[in-house]
Design a protein around this ligand. Structure first.
Ligand code: PBG
Ligand code: ZN
Length: 326
């Protein structure tokens, strides 16, 4: 059909028609809020590169979790910042670790929000790598047991879902086994399946004190140049028993989300990471863009690409915006 028979503008002429034909709709149901947990009481340390985000003690985490729930957000994901670090990251799987305590408390006080826990070692190891380091090399197989212990300790503390972000081979298998063995066969695994070695994680590493002390993460996180490899990773995690497949970061990787949507049957999560958040907030502060509009456009684009859910530092703002504009 050609002009003048076809006129694309016919269905754009008023808000009613536009609503009828909108192909993608963002709702609070799509959002997951990342939170940074620290010890102590009444602690609320600002994170300079992530405006409106803080390292929070458990009392504050409970308040924010309640606020998220009241805005219709179904889940939060917890990252812990421990008081001590050591070569084995032992505070990652301590019964009284920071994430374990926070998960327990949030579930006690706000049972109706899903608590997802990030499973990794980099915040807990003194060298800042996501695994056990032997002679300067991250040892894949020696790391697996530590990750399984970490995931299990989270489930025991009450976490509703665990999310391994380390990119070690085989971790979904060992985590699934460890959970099943202890009666947590109903605890889902959200696997950071295609996690790229990205410069967009900068603000997060400042927030979580998790930058590697030597080298980089290129031997375990993926090369931004690759797409077929993302499919292999996602297929492998699916076969190992993952319940949700994550792509991270989101914005520079919309093609990966789109490809995995076609290739994989599981729900897909996209992580709209710290650097993506920081860029928008910085440009907004400079009055170079309209921050709220760019936020909504960005989240809609991630969903349009095929994500079923979005982990985003915009979760509260976006949920508020949706409430006010619907
Ligand atoms: C740690 C982890 C990182 C993020 C989530 N989990 C950082 C990294 O891999 O260095 C990044 C999240 C963000 O940037 O918002 N494994
Ligand atoms: Zn890590």
């Amino acid at each position: 059909m050609l002009f003048p028979d076809y006129r694309g503008r016919r269905l754009r002429q008023n808000p009613m028609f536009r609503r009828m034909v909108a192909e993608t709709r963002l709702t609070a149901d799509d959002l997951i809020l990342p939170l940074f947990a620290v010890g102590g009481k009444n602690v609320k340390n600002p994170i300079p590169s992530m405006p409106d985000h803080f390292q929070l003690s458990t009392d504050h985490l409970v308040k924010v979790a309640r606020e998220a729930k009241d805005l219709g957000i179904p889940g939060v994901i917890l990252f812990g910042i421990p008081e001590q670090k050591d070569p084995l990251g032992t505070r990652a799987y301590a019964r009284d670790g920071i994430v374990q305590k926070a998960a327990k408390e949030i579930k006690n006080k706000v049972p109706d929000i899903a608590v997802i826990t990030d499973v990794c070692l980099c915040q807990y190891t003194d060298h800042g790598h996501c695994g056990f380091v032997d002679k300067g090399v991250v040892d894949n197989d020696a790391t697996l047991d530590l990750l399984a212990k970490t995931a299990l300790s989270h489930a025991e503390a009450g976490a509703d879902m665990v999310a391994p972000s380390d990119m070690m081979d085989g971790r979904v298998t060992v985590i699934r086994e460890a959970l099943d063995e202890r009666g947590f066969e109903n605890t889902p695994i959200m696997s950071y399946a295609a996690k790229y070695c990205s410069a967009y994680y900068g603000p997060f590493r400042e927030a979580a004190h998790s930058a590697p002390k030597f080298g980089d993460r290129r031997t375990y996180q993926m090369d931004p140049a690759n797409v077929r490899e993302a499919i292999r990773e996602a297929v492998m995690d699916t076969e190992e028993g993952a319940d949700i497949i994550m792509v991270k970061p989101a914005l520079a990787y919309l093609d990966i989300i789109c490809r995995l949507r076609d290739e994989i049957d599981l729900p897909i999560a996209a992580y709209n990471v710290s650097g993506e958040y920081a860029m928008i907030r910085a440009a907004e502060k400079m009055k170079w863009i309209n921050g709220a509009d760019v936020m909504m456009e960005t989240l809609t684009a991630i969903k349009r690409a095929g994500a079923d859910m979005i982990l985003t530092y915009f979760a509260l703002d976006a949920a508020r915006h949706l409430r006010e504009h619907q």
